[in-house]
Design a binder for this molecule. Structure first.
Ligand SMILES: [Zn+2]
Length: 358
């Protein structure tokens, strides 16, 4: 892996990802995959919170939704690479899959998803993969199964077993000659509300210094950490987050999305660390991480007679952002607020907050 001599980030980062002026992070793959940097604890908190709320194990639903995303993802990530390998049937399947596997595993490590390694592979039938420091095992299992189904054109099932504290073995097995008709995945938005977010981009590799100064990537381990808080961070495809939440919503009812808002609000109220440099900076400074994290563009944060009003363009998930906006505000002001939000139009939400206590 080559690291940028100027900012120290792996060089492929700037080649794969683009931080746009509209508050999104887009991949340079054919689908322009949108990514968002979430805390791993935030994701775990969401999945655990939902699981406790519905009172049943949700890992398999996460896995199933992610499998379809994994297929799409690999389809858009690989074309240029695939030009060198015959599609469908490989001349030397084990070799081809190992090469593709390593390519994908490196990509995933760069996003902070841990380290994977193929232990065994039998074309058209079976694979065993070791996952170390994975951000979410059901998500990774879904990705792995999706890639396997895509490459082999068969239906598979996956089991995962913990072998050490941060180490799992995935076993992917053929169960049918055809991939099962998967869950429908919402199409990624291709149009975003324009903005004028400006980054201070590294002169050499193009990655914003806001990113490289805030997070540290241990590429060997596939671990990203926030430099200030020490929290682990992962870059997740937005489509993946939305597909999983949509499936969970279909299974357990649409009030789930409102519950996501409550979980995010609580998480950010309890876990927000104010940068020491921030001092008494203005209201919008609370939301300054939104852009480099790709969660959305906090276009304005103003005091109105009705309360504090925050407008976010291109929120990656409206409820999650509404909760995040309120939670950060509560943490910053050490108050509790009453908050409501509305979708102005596609890609624009307004969150209104009124203090109710001191
Ligand atoms: Zn650089």
């Amino acid at each position: 892996m080559k690291y940028c001599k100027y900012c120290g980030f792996p060089v492929p980062y700037g080649k794969f990802l683009e931080w746009t002026s509209d508050g999104t992070i887009l991949g340079r793959d054919s689908a322009r995959t949108r990514l968002v940097y979430l805390d791993v604890d935030e994701l775990v908190n969401l999945f655990n919170g939902i699981q406790n709320w519905v009172g049943t194990d949700i890992a398999h639903i996460i896995y199933r939704a992610e499998k379809e995303v994994g297929k799409r993802f690999i389809e858009t990530l690989l074309p240029s690479f695939f030009a060198k390998v015959p599609r469908g049937k490989f001349a030397r399947p084990e070799f081809g899959v190992r090469v593709i596997g390593n390519y994908i595993f490196n990509y995933m490590a760069g996003l902070g998803m841990g380290r994977a390694e193929i232990l065994e592979y039998e074309s058209g039938n079976f694979a065993r993969v070791k996952i170390k420091d994975g951000h979410s095992i059901p998500l990774i299992a879904g990705d792995g199964a999706g890639v396997f189904e895509y490459l082999e054109r068969i239906g598979v099932e996956t089991d995962w077993q913990r072998v050490r504290s941060e180490e799992y073995i995935l076993t992917i097995k053929k169960v049918s000659d055809q991939p099962e008709a998967g869950v429908a995945i919402p199409l990624p938005s291709s149009e975003y509300v324009p903005g004028n977010v400006i980054f201070n981009k590294c002169k050499r590799c193009g990655v914003p210094l806001e990113v490289t100064s805030n997070i540290y990537l241990d590429f060997e381990k596939g671990i990203l950490r926030h430099k200030l808080t020490g929290m682990r961070v992962v870059a997740l495809p937005v489509q993946s987050f939305n597909a999983v939440m949509r499936e969970l919503g279909k299974e357990f009812g649409e009030e789930l999305q409102t519950f996501i808002e409550a979980l995010e609000r609580k998480y950010f109220r309890e876990n927000y660390t104010r940068p020491a440099s921030m001092g008494k900076a203005g209201l919008d400074a609370i939301y300054e991480e939104f852009c480099w994290r790709g969660v959305g563009n906090p276009a304005s944060a103003i005091n109105t007679s009705a309360g504090v009003e925050v407008t976010v363009l291109n929120p990656f998930h409206p409820e999650a952002i509404a909760g995040r906006v309120a939670g950060l505000y509560e943490s910053w002001t050490e108050t509790t607020v009453r908050s409501t939000w509305s979708k102005e139009k596609e890609g624009i939400i307004k969150v209104l907050m009124q203090k109710i206590s001191r």
